[in-house]
Design a protein around this ligand. Structure first.
Ligand code: CU
Length: 108
């Protein structure tokens, strides 16, 4: 009985791993107080991984009220957020600590 449960747990982990690895990944860099790129094209209808790296010397907060994410990005570090599946359209994101720094996800 114990052994059967353990086997079941292993199967679940193996089944979940490929799904995580398959999420398309997109990188965004904060530098010179801008998002680079400021327009990021992602596919509609799938979950995607956004990796946001902060190359500025000040702490930032990657935020979007349109796709509901908010995460602090310390200087010299990177964070990961998962978004979607989203419908086609344009979704704004910004640095909540420097609100003039803005970009868009363009979902197609
Ligand atoms: Cu915020």
């Amino acid at each position: 009985m114990r052994r059967a449960k353990w086997m079941f747990a292993v199967v679940c982990v193996l089944a979940a791993a490929p799904a995580l690895a398959d999420d398309p990944s997109f990188s965004i860099v904060l530098k010179n107080n801008q998002f680079v790129p400021s327009e990021v094209q992602i596919p509609a209808g799938v979950k995607v991984k956004l990796v946001v790296r902060n190359e500025n010397s000040a702490v930032s907060e990657f935020e979007s009220t349109q796709f509901h994410r908010e995460k602090v990005v310390p200087p010299g570090q990177e964070i990961t957020v998962f978004v979607g599946p989203l419908d086609p359209g344009s979704y704004e994101f910004f640095d909540d600590f420097h609100p003039e720094t803005r970009g868009h996800l363009v979902v197609k």
